[in-house]
Design a protein around this ligand. Structure first.
Ligand SMILES: Cc1cc2nc3c(=O)[nH]c(=O)nc-3n(C[C@H](O)[C@H](O)[C@H](O)COP(=O)(O)OP(=O)(O)OC[C@H]3O[C@@H](n4cnc5c(N)ncnc54)[C@H](O)[C@@H]3O)c2cc1C
Length: 383
């Protein structure tokens, strides 16, 4: 689709001999090394997503001034202005998230697993929406290839290519879903270990009592602290202080909400991806608010006070999203959605797929593709 110079494939290691001096970290530790490397390796993606969004903002600003429709530059029409304003605010936040996370990694001594995963997930998803908005702002020209535009004397701006090249960012180095699972697991791991035996249906009375005794000292201080406001006012952040106070309050609420979800669902919480993913999205927004405020304050200290307006707009919108996520934390339609999905998977709604000239006979195609190339005469080259 994009990144044409890359080839994707599965690698098998069968009877591979590795010279002793080439073993990294030690025998059997390769996977751990690979996963650790991913923490910093995946930081290239939030950075490039922020960079790509800057390029999109540049195109959108130019075209929104240039293109006149219905008697005014399209940027003066609210529908386009809304996109341009949020594009700038979100790009600012994305750069803040990337800068903060990379700064932590370069400083060393921090466990950045959560921050790296949030940065990857958040920036690639916001970046994708920015590419999509840019294409929309460019209208029909956004959909055309650069060659097509050039051929008819228009500036050859490759938004069609940007869209193809950008899309993979939500999939490789850990797909958005896997990032959310990873973040959720990290966030609830401590509770899983401490308190699950109390709420697990299969636990005996004795196991429950022992787990309650073990976890009591932790929860006796942790749980009340999720309700008690902190004394800090974040006064040094000026007009942005209110956003940081909001983030601090909602972070405590998130802790409480996850704990309540664990009591409600018990071990089943691990499979409640719709609930867990909302919690992750709230956490990501709060991290983004903090990053945006810190960056705006840093830039203001260096003489760029304009960044405060971008951070303020970003935080206002992020706060709306956070409260909307809390409002439907348990998703009143989650069960209905899952039920219908399972009906679809069982083929009960296959009737809906009828009445078209389909793309292909998928089952026949799948059968052809699963034939083992090793059993055929021809070499296993890419098709
Ligand atoms: C251009 C390109 C370059 C690549 N380069 C590299 C590379 O250099 N090195 C490398 O190692 N890999 C590389 N990959 C592979 C890439 O990392 C994988 O494609 C990616 O991790 C997703 O895995 P998958 O394709 O097997 O999807 P699957 O794991 O089959 O996932 C399919 C869908 O199901 C979702 N899903 C899967 N499991 C769960 C779950 N438990 N809960 C909820 N949802 C789930 C996924 O998010 C996805 O939406 C590359 C891929 C491409 C396309």
């Amino acid at each position: 689709m994009g990144l044409k110079a890359l080839e994707n494939g599965l690698i098998r290691f069968t009877n591979v001999k590795v010279p002793r001096e080439n073993i990294l970290w030690g025998e059997g530790k390769g996977l751990k090394l690979a996963l650790t490397t991913l923490n910093t390796g995946r930081l290239t993606l939030p950075a490039s997503a922020a960079g790509g969004s800057k390029a999109m903002l540049n195109v959108s600003r130019w075209w929104s001034n240039e293109r006149v429709q219905w008697g005014a530059p399209i940027g003066k029409h609210e529908a386009v202005a809304q996109k341009v304003g949020m594009m700038a605010a979100n790009t600012f936040a994305m750069e803040a998230i990337s800068g903060l996370t990379v700064g932590l990694a370069e400083h060393g001594g921090y466990d950045i697993r959560l921050e790296a995963a949030i940065a990857k997930m958040y920036n690639t998803e916001h970046g994708w929406r920015i590419v999509d908005d840019t294409l929309q702002i460019r209208g029909g020209r956004g959909y055309e290839t650069a060659d097509s535009l050039r051929a008819r004397g228009e500036p050859a701006i490759p938004i069609e290519r940007a869209m193809r090249d950008f899309r993979i960012n939500l999939i490789f180095e850990g797909s958005s879903e896997i990032m959310r699972l990873f973040i959720a697991r990290e966030a609830v791991d401590h509770h899983f270990k401490l308190a699950f035996p109390i709420v697990a249906p299969e636990s005996s009375f004795g196991q429950r009592v022992r787990a309650a005794a073990k976890s009591a000292p932790f929860y006796a201080t942790w749980y009340p602290s999720r309700w008690l406001p902190r004394a800090t006012t974040y006064g040094e952040f000026g007009s942005l202080a209110k956003h940081l106070r909001f983030a601090e309050r909602r972070a405590r609420k998130l802790g409480r909400s996850l704990f309540h979800a664990m009591v409600r669902f018990g071990p089943r919480l691990e499979r409640k991806q719709m609930v867990l993913f909302r919690a992750v999205d709230i956490g990501a927004e709060l991290f983004a608010i903090a990053a945006a405020c810190v960056r705006a304050q840093m830039l203001a200290k260096k003489g760029n006070s304009k960044a405060v307006a971008l951070a303020d707009l970003f935080c206002r919108e992020a706060r709306v999203r956070v409260d909307a996520l809390f409002d439907r934390f348990y998703g009143s339609n989650d069960q209905a959605i899952y039920r219908v999905a399972q009906q679809v998977l069982r083929g009960e709604h296959a009737w809906l797929e009828q009445g078209i000239v389909g793309m292909m006979d998928i089952e026949a195609e799948a059968e052809l593709a699963t034939e083992d190339p090793a059993e055929k005469d021809e070499p296993a080259v890419a098709r």
